[in-house]
Design a protein around this ligand. Structure first.
Ligand SMILES: [Zn+2]
Ligand SMILES: [Zn+2]
Length: 247
């Protein structure tokens, strides 16, 4: 499987990064987690045709995670997509998704594909779906609005992703993680609703984690300085847009 980091920026406007959005792919299908920037362009850049995307997961309804959805659906319509698109949405955000769809006036476009909205209970751990050998589950993140993190298992490997969250004891409780993809909105400064890089490396047990990939990064933060001070620096990746990890 491949993990494509389409955007790696935080909510703060930045010069070099799109807002955080990740595509998980294998030979069977493609799953886009959050929709930012220009999703059609990014998907095409990684070789995913708009008609082939299987699932969109929305982690929460802050603008930096959802504003690309109109552009994605518009692009799919223009290209004549016919395959149903599943959108997974925490049921606590169901009304927000409805409002967002209505604001797009999508019912008036004449799209030829079904938008299959799958609601789930985001406040507890839930098995969501599988695409080939990638199995997706959600768990609650700790943020200012209802937000989920994701566990993706693949051939006995465990990937854990949490974009917007404070330090989360649920993540710490994993006996081992192959790849932890975690937000670091700041390098060292503590802020409510988010995590600093320093908190990520100090609060989680890095000896139980094979690799940490930091996303949701802000311009002007000196992540490299924190990394250079760490003895485990080899296992920390400060992600950049279009980073690709192959498992
Ligand atoms: Zn965010
Ligand atoms: Zn947020």
């Amino acid at each position: 499987m491949q993990i494509h980091f389409l955007g790696t920026g935080s909510a703060f406007p930045g010069a070099v990064r799109d807002n955080t959005s990740i595509c998980f792919s294998n030979d069977v299908g493609h799953v886009l987690v959050d929709v930012s920037g220009n999703p059609c362009k990014r998907l095409k850049q990684i070789g995913v045709e708009l008609g082939d995307l299987d699932v969109v997961i929305i982690t929460h309804f802050h603008i930096d995670h959802i504003y690309g959805l109109p552009s994605l659906l518009w692009g799919m319509w223009l290209e004549g997509r016919t395959k149903a698109l599943r959108i997974y949405c925490d049921e606590r955000n169901s009304k927000r998704l409805d409002t967002w769809m209505q604001a797009m006036e999508i019912a008036d476009w004449g799209i030829q594909f079904e938008i299959d909205i799958q609601l789930f209970k985001g406040e507890e751990k839930r098995l969501l779906f599988s695409v080939g050998d990638m199995i997706f589950s959600s768990f609650p993140a700790i943020h200012s609005v209802p937000t989920i993190g994701l566990e993706i298992t693949f051939q006995h490997k465990c990937i854990v992703y949490s974009c917007d969250t404070e330090y989360n004891p649920f993540i710490k409780a994993y006996p081992s993680i192959d790849i932890l993809i975690h937000e670091a909105t700041s390098a060292t400064e503590k802020s409510v609703n988010h995590t600093s890089m320093l908190e990520v490396v100090n609060c989680y047990s890095l000896d139980l984690i094979r690799e940490v990939v930091l996303v949701h990064l802000s311009d002007g933060e000196d992540y490299e300085a924190v990394r250079n001070r760490m003895k485990e620096r080899e296992k920390i990746i400060i992600a950049e847009d279009m980073l690709r990890i192959e498992l």
